[in-house]
Design a protein around this ligand. Structure first.
Ligand code: HAM
Length: 429
């Protein structure tokens, strides 16, 4: 049989990576608790119709789609938002609002594999549903900032835009939804000239095209100045003006919250997912030119799925990419360095005793490995040392007869003989 490999775009996460991934996941979980989000677990497999409804062409064309054995058209989830919206449109339909829902898990997109882009990746996802107020948007941005801080990332920056500005202009220019979606996809990929051509062909006025051209040039860190410029640029487009006011209000809330968040406003910023209606944002670090997280407001998805009209805003963070940037910033997560113990029976007949000691230590919440290879003591110690174990408990006949065992501190290379009942106490010391 040929040698098996992982499928292209799929990865094994080895213990060191898995540990960092779980560390980030735990921080994400803690952040959810701090902001009042409750966890829900939704299926990896959902109906294709649900997942594709508002995913946008870019994500839709990269879904893992298949027929299950019951001939249903299904897909692996490329994100969480559609599943959460489904739940709120159905099971939670009559529950009191708002909902603060958190999910963490794997997602699947048939992206071209490269650094930070995988076909299976992990997200921590937060949806705040039921409020159309700017404080809800501010909460989602602040939550994202809290998580980035909590994992120890440095120099990250938010890129912020507002879909309502762009769509406001397009709608007033009578550009139909389907074309609007295609234009947003092009803008997301920064193919601005193609986007301008498309709106011209759709009958947009020269004035409208000029406004769009101006908008894509408008960006900067002086966020309130940029938003003011945006507002005057779109002054003849009522909905777009309202959108800039909404953006300004959200940014004001954030800046007055006492948190210093590094932000840049980019008026021509668009995102690939089609459901957005309001503020959109992504988070970047200087050394990686792919987003570590992204989100925004989407006020119409839940009613599209047959639920009550429910305004909503949310975000998803790419756990794999956060891990990558921690590595490239050489930030070592403050993983709890717990003491680990290896229990080694010297004689075959003492293996039951060794097992008993291991169990006693485990019930005192110590991380214990039992020597299971039948190795001689020297070999077993070498192996424990190589793998960074802190202590070896050596169970030998001579000491055992006196109710004792040897504890060896593998870091300091010291050892002492202690009573079996006191092993745990002396290691904890
Ligand atoms: P998204 O921007 O498509 O948004 O994905 C969010 C994050 O997932 C990205 O910023 C990135 O860190 C990570 N990600 C996406 N694709 C990949 C990939 N192929 N490999 C590694 N990481 C990846 C959403 O998914 C929306 N559901 C966010 C949202 C929630 N909007 C409202 N609520």
């Amino acid at each position: 049989m040929s040698e098996f490999k992982t499928v292209r775009g799929m990865r094994d996460l080895l213990p060191e990576e898995a540990r960092i991934m779980r560390y980030i996941e735990n921080k994400a979980r803690r952040t959810a608790e701090l902001y009042g989000f409750k966890e829900i677990i939704t299926p990896v497999v959902e109906s294709y119709e649900l997942l594709s409804a508002k995913a946008g062409e870019e994500v839709r064309s990269r879904m893992f789609v298949f027929k299950d054995l019951g001939n249903r058209n299904v897909a692996l989830r490329p994100e969480f938002t559609a599943s959460v919206a489904r739940l709120v449109a159905t099971t939670f339909r009559t529950e009191p609002k708002p909902f603060r829902l958190f999910s963490v898990g794997s997602n699947y997109r048939y992206d071209e594999p490269q650094k930070g882009r995988y076909r299976e990746f992990w997200q921590s996802n937060y949806e705040l549903m039921g409020s159309n107020r700017p404080e809800a948007d501010a909460e989602i941005l602040l939550l994202t900032d809290s998580l980035m801080k909590a994992v120890g990332l440095k120099g990250y920056k938010f890129k912020v835009g507002h879909v309502g500005v762009l769509r406001g202009i397009l709608a007033q220019e009578n550009v139909e939804d389907k074309v609007q979606n295609a234009v947003m996809q092009l803008m997301d990929k920064k193919q601005y000239e193609d986007a301008f051509r498309m709106v011209e062909e759709a009958g947009m006025s020269q004035k409208g095209v000029k406004v769009l051209r101006k908008l894509v040039e408008l960006k900067g860190d002086k966020v309130f100045d940029v938003v003011e410029e945006m507002k005057s640029c779109v002054e003849d487009y009522e909905k777009a003006v309202k959108a800039t006011e909404n953006l300004s209000e959200i940014l004001k809330l954030i800046s007055e919250s006492g948190n210093k968040i590094n932000m840049t406003v980019d008026a021509g910023f668009a995102r690939g997912l089609e459901y957005y209606t309001g503020i959109i944002f992504e988070v970047y670090v200087p050394d990686l030119d792919i987003a570590l997280g992204g989100g925004g407001r989407y006020d119409r998805l839940i009613e599209l799925f047959g639920g009550e009209p429910t305004p909503a805003v949310g975000v998803a963070h790419g756990i794999d990419r956060i891990m990558l940037s921690l590595q490239s910033q050489k930030t070592k997560p403050d993983l709890d360095e717990e003491k680990t113990v290896m229990v080694i029976p010297i004689q075959e007949e003492l293996k039951t005793e060794a097992l008993k000691i291991a169990q006693t230590l485990r019930s005192a919440v110590m991380m214990v490995e039992l020597e299971v290879m039948g190795r001689k003591m020297v070999k077993a110690l070498e192996d424990a040392d190589r793998r960074g174990i802190s202590y070896a408990v050596i169970v030998g006949e001579r000491e055992f007869k006196e109710g004792k065992a040897v504890i060896r501190d593998l870091k300091k290379r010291e050892q002492s003989t202690v009573e079996i009942g006191k092993i745990q106490e002396s290691i904890k010391k």
